[in-house]
Write a new protein. Structure first.
Length: 197
């Protein structure tokens, strides 16, 4: 997968205020061998009944949320097994970022490597954003990876932390291999010096 460059994401938000949404819910195991395209895998069993019909209570498929690119989730998002498919399902659905109060470490690592931004916020900010998008489904947020800020619909800006190496890769549109190859001269010099000792 070609590295994705991210500086800023602006968009509408779809709320999914549940804690402990795990990787098997995000991408059910039966889809791992052949993941269909079009976003149908993401939270499939929460969005569709056994007969394949859409569940009317699914916030991801509600007409007022159509095209939203940012998911607002609860705590411990992406917990469970290490499954890149969970991130791919989010991206395939059209999500560019997930805002939550916490993320599972493996999901967070898989996310930045695939170009999905994870933004961790405190409970107060989470509650404020949840209330804002409930009141106005068309409300937008702005996530700046350059400035490490999240601008809420009311205009309040809050900072968030991001792992420096992951941030560098996303801002540059590079990956770990690109960074390593950027040190090719230094590596060659070190190998030459080492072989002479």
């Amino acid at each position: 997968m070609k590295p994705i460059r991210i500086r800023e994401i602006q968009g509408r938000v779809v709320p999914l205020p549940r804690d402990d949404v795990d990787s098997d819910q995000l991408a059910p195991a039966r889809f791992l061998h052949a993941q269909p395209r079009g976003g149908v895998v993401l939270l499939h069993d929460w969005r569709f009944a056994a007969d394949g019909s859409a569940r009317p209570d699914s916030p991801l498929d509600h007409p007022v949320r159509a095209g939203a690119e940012i998911l607002l989730a609860g705590a411990n998002f992406g917990c469970g097994s290490s499954r890149e498919h969970a991130v791919w399902a989010c991206l395939d659905f059209g999500l560019k970022a997930i805002v939550a109060t916490s993320f599972a470490d493996i999901f967070r690592a898989n996310a930045w490597r695939s170009g999905l931004l994870t933004v961790e916020v405190d409970a107060e900010t989470h509650g404020e954003l949840l209330a804002a998008v409930a009141a106005d489904p068309s409300a937008e947020v702005v996530i700046s990876l350059e400035e490490l800020t999240l601008t809420l619909p009311g205009g309040r800006r809050v900072g968030f932390a991001y792992e420096p190496f992951a941030r560098r890769c996303l801002l540059e549109g590079s990956d770990a291999l690109d960074v390593l190859l950027g040190h090719d001269d230094a590596i060659t010099r070190w190998e030459r010096e080492r072989s002479q000792t």
